[in-house]
Design a protein around this ligand. Structure first.
Ligand code: NAP
Length: 303
């Protein structure tokens, strides 16, 4: 069964390269003929691991190709995912399965509703990769991929293909808890690193602000029936800040490179969820509003 990969960016190339080198059939889906031509010109994708570059001439086609798609890895940014999936929707087979790699919350429900009743497997990844050039990904941080399906606890049979490809993964029976927990961690850390223009460790200078955010996020998670995700949130946020002290958050990296952030799927999602429940979370709302202002001041999208 072919692995179709929608989004030939950092994570898409990282996954495609590992699947291809395990001898599995992989096809990249490009948004248009111009991107396909650029890929063909590059002669394939490259993955750089531990300073070693490997080249993989993975097959590619445009989204409007006619080949049916049964297994789709969606590796676009959260704000592009639904529109990208819409481009290939008519190609999905009746028993198609999708794996959604998007960070934050909000995009997964949009994609799932669009492709229903196709099975959507949600992922939470702590792997790190960045794009050095077009179709050239650097594997910057080993990690884990938790995969799960809130609607169906039976794991898919292709997990063995991930194992054969050396893709670290676990099947999770509480993927929503993991996604909410990661959302809360991202909400407590990422916007502040942009507002204070600092590495994660720089937040040790703002303990009151971090604590206030964690308290409000715990309230939100509990109100959203995610009490497990709220357990010891403040402690874990402090641990992450210490353990990743030298790193710049993904949101800080996006802003410093002049790229669009996934704000609507992180603090934006949390604020909308709070408003829907009539919960007043003044610190979270203030940080989100300041982030919107900071993005607009830099000419970046604030949604
Ligand atoms: P990325 O490098 O920006 O790659 C996204 C890719 O999607 C780009 O190649 C883009 O194409 C493609 N794309 C967008 N719309 C498309 C369409 N309509 N048709 C076909 N392709 C389309 O992003 P990323 O860093 O891999 O992140 C993907 C998701 O994974 C994000 O939600 C991110 O938060 C999450 N994540 C990333 C990491 C990481 O370390 N990178 C870790 C954990 C989670 P173009 O090249 O043509 O622009």
């Amino acid at each position: 069964m072919t692995w179709h990969v929608l989004g030939a960016g950092s994570l898409g190339c990282l996954w495609a390269a590992r699947l291809a080198r395990a001898g599995l059939p992989v096809t990249l889906l490009m948004r248009n003929q111009q991107r396909l031509d650029a890929y063909l010109q590059a002669g394939g994708l490259s993955l750089i691991e531990n300073g070693q570059r490997s080249h993989y001439p993975v097959a590619a086609q445009t989204c409007d190709h006619s080949q049916p798609i049964s297994r789709l890895l969606v590796a676009c940014k959260a704000y592009d995912a639904e529109a990208a999936v819409a481009q290939i929707e008519s190609r999905l087979t009746a028993d198609a399965e999708l794996i959604l790699l998007q960070n934050g919350l909000g995009s997964q429900s949009g994609v799932s509703a669009r492709v229903a009743p196709a099975r959507c497997i949600l992922a939470s990844s702590t792997e790190g990769a960045f794009r050095q050039n077009d179709f050239e990904a650097v594997f910057a941080g080993q990690g884990q991929n938790w995969l799960g399906d809130p609607l169906e606890q039976t794991p898919p049979d292709w997990l063995s293909e991930l194992a054969a490809s050396g893709i670290a993964h676990s099947w999770s029976t509480d993927i929503n808890t993991r996604l909410w927990r990661k959302l809360a961690l991202n909400c407590a850390i990422n916007p502040l690193t942009v507002l204070h223009d600092c590495r994660n460790g720089g937040l040790e200078q703002y303990p009151q602000q971090v604590m206030a955010l964690c308290n409000e996020l715990s309230t939100l998670l509990t109100a959203c029936d995610q009490a497990d995700a709220a357990q010891d949130l403040h402690q874990q946020v402090l641990q992450v800040i210490r353990a990743t002290a030298q790193n710049y958050s993904s949101m800080h990296q996006d802003v410093s490179h002049g790229r669009r952030t996934e704000i609507s799927y992180i603090s934006g999602y949390a604020c909308t969820a709070a408003q829907r429940l009539n919960l007043a979370l003044p610190h979270l709302e203030a940080v989100h509003a300041q982030l919107v202002q900071a993005l607009e001041a830099r000419g970046l999208p604030s949604r």
